[in-house]
Design a protein around this ligand. Structure first.
Ligand code: NAP
Length: 259
């Protein structure tokens, strides 16, 4: 049986990854800040599927978070075959009107923790000549998004970084996938403080986290470098920069995101 370490496993897409992988018989290491939620999920999954589910409570914004997670997982005897860098958040609003520290924490979580966890767990996978890493990016990775500027930039980083590693690891038996979901029904928009009206509009296009996870695992098994989940609208959006001038696209996205 393989062991998957999932960050942001206490809700949304991460919790669905946990459920789906447990159903397939994988052991789990679940990481997030909410101890109660993680413990409840771990107990439920180990009872339902007969797998081992361990919990590491960690705020991944802490600068040494990845080292803490890696050391704890190693000390507890886990060999991580699959790393799912899923924890992340956004913040809606004009860049200078929103809290400085929250936006810097976003970079720390969405980018720095993801890179550092990958740096720490990948060499073991390369040495064993097997493993997989799913980095959760977003359809927001494909163009600048005014009023969601830092978030979109972090996801552009995740997409670029993951595609590069996909190539670097291709001879190592390690698969790397950038998962790019469109709007998905989770806590994300509430946490990102979207205005109600805009959240409702975006919500008309919601995918379920189950569908996102299904698409991700299919793409991983096919050896793809990235996957854009959801319907046709998401495919159109991520390809728009190939057909329209960048300024036109960013202005049009900006008009929508200003609200
Ligand atoms: N929902 C969407 O529409 C959408 C679209 C594209 C991409 N994504 C991406 O999908 C990923 C998962 O988000 P979601 O939609 O499932 O949202 P969510 O329901 O809000 O889940 C976010 C997860 O990240 C964890 N997290 C947040 N801050 C953390 C921190 N400082 N340290 C450790 N864990 C932290 C949360 O757990 P705790 O609060 O317990 O720490 C939670 O488990 C994110 O990377 C997001 O950017 C989402």
């Amino acid at each position: 049986m393989a062991t998957a370490l999932i960050t942001g496993a206490s809700s949304g897409i991460g919790a669905v990854f946990a459920d789906r992988l447990a159903a397939e018989g994988n052991h789990l290491v679940l990481v997030a800040r909410s101890q109660d939620k993680l413990t409840a999920i771990a107990q439920d999954l180990s009872q339902r599927y007969g797998i081992k589910a361990d919990v590491i409570v960690q705020d991944l914004v802490e600068p040494d978070a990845a080292t803490q997670v890696f050391t704890t997982a190693s000390d507890r005897g886990h060999t991580i075959d699959m790393l799912i860098n899923n924890a992340g958040f956004g913040l809606h609003g004009a860049f200078t009107t929103r809290d400085r520290k929250i936006q810097l924490d976003m970079i720390q979580l969405n980018v720095m923790a993801l890179v550092d966890l990958t740096y720490q767990f990948l060499p073991g996978m390369q040495a064993r000549q097997q493993g997989s890493i799913i980095n959760v990016a977003s359809t927001a990775a494909f163009q600048a998004i005014p009023y969601f500027a830092v978030y979109a930039a972090t996801k552009a980083f995740v997409l670029s970084f993951s595609e590069a590693l996909w190539h670097e690891c291709s001879g190592d038996g390690v698969k790397v996938l950038a998962l790019c979901p469109g709007p998905t029904e989770t806590e994300f928009f509430k946490v990102a403080d979207f205005p109600n009206e805009m959240a409702k509009q975006v919500g008309q296009n919601y995918a379920s986290p189950e569908a996102v996870v299904e698409d991700a695992l299919k793409a991983l098994s096919r050896g793809q470098s990235n996957v854009v989940t959801g319907g046709l609208m998401n495919q159109v959006l991520v390809n728009a920069s190939r057909f329209f001038p960048r300024e036109m696209l960013v202005n049009s996205v900006g008009r929508f995101f200003k609200g």
